[in-house]
Design a protein around this ligand. Structure first.
Ligand code: URA
Length: 433
């Protein structure tokens, strides 16, 4: 087999066999195929797409390129959850204790944030003492005993995807549905999930800018799940503005505590309950979505959900008192209120600009090596559709930096105040199964 012949085939939109896909993926991972041939190959996929079975073979090839986590010592159906990335996205923090309290095991591997999107691991590390490095024995024991544990990605999972993703980033081939879908699903499958719930975000702060694109991505990922025997459900959610009111790390933990205590913002409460309900149905705890949803609402009301979050913090070495006393979480020296310069409605809040501003305040990383300021972040006092009066506070920036002018400037671009009331959009657009 020669790489050039496979590229030629895909250039003409022809169907590739499992062996041909494997030849390209494994050859590139082993440095036997050079960057220029893989770049050309990726571009042919970008323009000509891939069939359903080709995408499944590509996913499998990514999975087989590295280690796979063996979760078989954990009893029950292991259901994982993945978000395609958003701003203020603290849904995992809410969903882990919620699903675990229904008896479904959650063995979660999560990443760190980079650029304008945050990472669950960083948020949890804002809790003093919280350990995200657990031995595999401790991880498995915790899930068996407490139905939940979370670790950072340490195993050598899907090295082919890692190498190809870096190449896609510099060859303008990121925004290809077969490539995104196989990249995401390979990581979930390699981390040992039996079933997967995907939160596919759509809007200004998301990869997918239109509902149609998001549905196509969701259908492709659900199709991969079917081909590889992993029950998969995709929930298409609105990311036209950040979720909830907090963007950062410790302030997002505070907001997750609010949701689990029954006082959360409506958008993230609805999305978290929806995702958790689908996870519980796939995990066999409830027979249908509606009974799962109402049972999980009760779990929040009864105080069981917040108790489960305390348990998670405690078993991973963190101080559980933060749940009752959120002042124990890191804060910021500077708190800057930004006021509206006119009357009107909040018409738009560009989520990506909010994410970038939070990063500039210290809440995120520009490069992988950057250190995070856990107390930095943004509180949104007004959301899309709210009325504002001139002089009312729109948002508050929190930082330990003395020079934060670039974040202020970037935030000014995020908010649009208009005389026109914007149309109300749903939190959830569609469910793809
Ligand atoms: N997230 C991933 O893991 N892979 C992609 O290709 C895009 C988003």
């Amino acid at each position: 087999m020669r790489a050039v012949d496979i590229i030629e085939k895909k250039k003409h939109g022809e169907h590739l066999s499992r062996e041909e896909i494997d030849f390209m993926v494994q050859g590139y991972t082993r440095d036997e195929i050079p960057d220029y041939q893989m770049s050309a190959f990726l571009m042919t996929i970008y323009f000509n797409g891939m069939g359903k079975d080709e995408i499944a073979h590509l996913t499998e090839s990514f999975v087989n390129s590295g280690e796979q986590v063996d979760l078989s010592p954990i009893e029950g159906i292991k259901v994982d959850k993945h978000s395609t990335g958003g701003v203020g996205d603290k849904i995992s923090l809410i969903v882990i204790p919620l699903v675990a309290s229904a008896g479904v095991p959650v063995a979660k591997m999560s990443g760190r944030g980079l650029g304008h999107t945050g990472g669950t691991i960083d948020k949890l590390e804002s809790i003093e003492g919280f350990r995200i490095e657990l031995s595999s024995k401790e991880f498995i024991d915790n899930v068996n005993r407490h139905k939940m544990a979370i670790v950072g990605q340490t195993a050598n999972l899907t090295p082919a995807d890692k190498k190809i993703y870096a190449l896609r980033d510099v060859t303008s081939t990121i925004d290809s549905i077969p490539l995104i879908a196989s990249s995401i699903m390979s990581k979930k499958i390699a981390s040992g999930a039996d079933a997967i719930v995907l939160d596919v975000k759509v809007g200004s702060g998301a990869f997918m800018k239109t509902i149609k694109e998001a549905e196509k991505l969701a259908e492709t990922m659900v199709g991969i799940g079917k081909s590889l025997n992993r029950d998969t459900v995709a929930v298409i959610t609105n990311m036209d503005q950040p979720l909830g009111n907090q963007v950062g790390n410790s302030n997002e933990v505070k907001e997750a505590i609010k949701v689990l205590s029954g006082h959360g913002a409506e958008d993230e409460t609805t999305i978290a309950l929806t995702i958790a309900s689908h996870m519980c149905v796939l995990g066999g705890a409830f027979g249908d979505f509606d009974s799962a949803y109402s049972k999980l609402q009760e779990t929040i009301k009864s105080g069981k959900a917040i108790k489960k979050l305390k348990e998670l913090i405690s078993i991973q070495g963190g101080n559980p008192e933060v749940v009752e006393n959120t002042d124990l979480l890191p804060g910021a020296r500077n708190s800057i209120d930004i006021k509206s310069e006119k009357d009107g409605f909040v018409y738009q809040i560009d989520a990506e600009s909010v994410g970038i501003s939070a990063m500039l305040l210290g809440a995120g990383r520009r490069t992988k090596e950057d250190k995070i300021d856990y107390g930095a972040g943004i509180t949104l006092r007004k959301k899309i559709g709210d009325t504002v009066k001139k002089g009312e506070v729109l948002y508050t920036l929190m930082t330990n930096l003395d020079d934060y002018q670039d974040a202020v400037e970037r935030m000014k671009e995020a908010y649009v105040i208009s005389n026109e009331k914007p149309e109300t959009k749903p939190y959830i657009y569609n469910i793809i199964k």
